[in-house]
Write a new protein. Sequence first.
Length: 211
Amino acid sequence: MSAPPPLRRSRWLRPVMPGSRVTRLELFFDLIFVFAFLNVAGLVSAEVTTQAVLSGVVVLALLWWCWTTFATLGNLVRADYGLLPMFGLGVMAAAFVLAIAIPQAFLNQPDDLTGPVVFAVAYLVLRALTLAAFLYALSAAGRSRRQLMLISLPAALAAVLVGLAASVSRWVPAVAVLDVRLGLWAAALLVEYSVGLFLPYTRWAVASAGH
């Protein structure tokens, strides 16, 4: 395990130091994710089939990835200082919409908004804000442009796959929509998880045990 990149305290960023505690913003974020994890039951229990179980597994993996990336960011910089609260509030709003849309994440409900599109857009906004905050913090730590590009590429590829999943009903027969949509979401998460193993922030030590 290695230490997070050194950050100088500035007007806009404050690094997490030993002894730092969890912020109220982070606790509120955790509460939204508890709500999101509970909503997965609504996705699976509506009709217990193999596809429903696979849908639940994909959503659980997606939620875990979103939570861990925000937690990793919180291990680097204080979420309640400088510009980070603005990123955090945007992430929480997107996470709340994502949680509400979970029961309709892969199939439309009649007389309602297009659930898969709302779900995909909320996820993309959440990931874009988290990635922007990461790039902002890492650029302040002196990371090179090449390293920042390396961090951005998996998220960009995953975003393309998520966009295809949201629009799949336009170019796939109705009987195959759910299978193709699940496959594209699974591929997007596989890209983020597998490539994420090689990114520089995956081996950082925890800056503060209390945090």
